[in-house]
Ligand binder design. Structure first.
Ligand SMILES: Nc1nc2c(ncn2[C@@H]2O[C@H](COP(=O)(O)OP(=O)(O)OP(=O)(O)O)[C@@H](O)[C@H]2O)c(=O)[nH]1
Ligand SMILES: [Mg+2]
Ligand SMILES: [Zn+2]
Length: 362
């Protein structure tokens, strides 16, 4: 059973009670509460008619404090992913790869999963992510806004909110709590660890790319800071915490091509087309022990254990080819190797855990 969640992207405090949310109509400069035409238990179809007409007249849902909620929040499920890791670990590149795979490549369509940037959010995405001014360096200490994607799986609609943190954030406890307000409400926490964070790998491998600034200690501290924030006001056995999926992401894995012991298969495309959810989940599960062995051999055991310490659950995955850091400038100056479509493993894992894929996996 999937629990419907409603979180305001500005307050990020707790699950909101939809009955307490405000409807307002910017076109009519009017404010009020939902008319009693739709019961909470009604399905989307049953809710059409007066309710639908009323909404198409411009009434939109706001949180009790008046912040605009993500599109169609009264109808859709909500999933929240948070990306964490040191600077230049590949988080923003991962997010862009996800958007590209879902929205442009339609990579999961054969699996019955359709995704696109929320139309109202497209311009913001272009400005903030596709132009050069990536929001990698926060100018203000204001909490980050998510990238909002809409997913459809067999008629079920989901607002996917992805919060892309910056490695510069979380300097102090108090800053971390302010900047990562989304962490305690996230469904999935992604912990990014590029090869430089694996201290037992040969220096030549860790430094591939030339300017790898991450360290095992820096990343371990970052992970700990994230856990501290994500755990706040939640007991370790609380149902919410148990439902979270922490994911260890070995990023920039193309740097590991030819590294001793690295399973090269992890650099091959996930090839979603023409396959089923079960095929893909099977592949992911088969690869997991190989990946864990390599990370442990490379000295990443304490990072893995940190990720696992959140609730005892944990997944791991690898992504590569979402960017290049070989020091060359300009796009197209180097050949990208790797499997950027593996960025979707995280989404599949979360959807699977949350029971969204049962219908398409039959
Ligand atoms: N080799 C390689 N380089 C990558 C990969 N993904 C990203 N990069 C490069 O790594 C650098 C940093 O990537 P970002 O995605 O901006 O890193 P980030 O984690 O968002 O960093 P902050 O926002 O500063 O915290 C860029 O030069 C990317 O092109 C990858 O899969 N392989
Ligand atoms: Mg970034
Ligand atoms: Zn709010």
């Amino acid at each position: 059973m999937v629990q419907r969640r409603l979180v305001c992207t500005v307050c990020l405090e707790a699950d909101l009670d939809i009955e307490k949310c405000k409807w307002s109509n910017p076109l009519k400069q009017d404010e009020g509460y939902a008319p009693p035409v739709k019961k909470r238990t009604q399905s989307h179809a049953a809710a059409s008619g007066a309710y639908g007409a009323w909404k198409s007249n411009g009434w939109v849902l706001h949180c009790p404090k008046g912040h605009l909620l993500p599109p169609e929040s009264d109808e859709r499920e909500m999933l929240i992913m948070g990306l964490f890791g040191e600077s230049a670990a590949g988080k923003t590149a991962f997010l862009k790869a996800m958007v590209r795979q879902l929205d442009i490549e339609g990579a999961l369509e054969d699996l019955g999963i359709f995704g696109r940037l929320a139309p109202a959010f497209k311009q913001t995405y272009k400005d903030e992510y596709l132009n050069n001014n990536e929001p990698t360096h926060p100018v203000y200490d204001a909490p980050r806004k998510p990238v909002i994607m809409e997913l459809t799986i067999e008629g079920r609609e989901i607002n996917l909110l992805i919060f892309d943190s910056s490695g510069e954030e979380g300097e102090t406890d108090s800053k971390a709590h302010e900047q990562w307000k989304f962490a305690p409400v996230a469904d999935a926490l992604l912990f990014f660890a590029p090869p430089a964070t694996l201290g037992d790998l040969p220096e030549s491998v860790r430094q591939r790319g030339g300017n790898a600034t991450q360290t095992p200690e820096g990343t371990r501290n970052k992970f700990q800071e994230v856990l501290t924030v994500a755990e706040s006001n939640d007991r370790s056995d609380s149902p919410r915490r148990k439902g979270v999926l922490p994911i260890f992401v070995l990023s920039k894995a193309d740097q590991l091509a030819h590294a001793t012991g690295f399973p090269e298969g992890l650099l091959s495309s996930r090839r979603h087309s023409g396959r089923t959810v079960r095929d893909i989940m099977g592949d992911i599960n088969r690869e997991t022990p190989q990946l864990l062995d390599f990370v442990r051999m490379g000295g990443g055991d304490s990072l893995l254990r940190k990720v696992l310490s959140f609730n005892g659950i944990g997944r791991c995955m690898t992504v590569s080819g979402t960017g290049t850091d070989d020091g060359s400038t300009g796009s197209g100056s180097s050949v990208r190797t790797g499997a950027s479509d593996r960025c979707l493993d995280a989404l599949l894992m979360v959807l699977w855990e949350r029971g969204f894929l049962r219908v398409v996996a039959r």
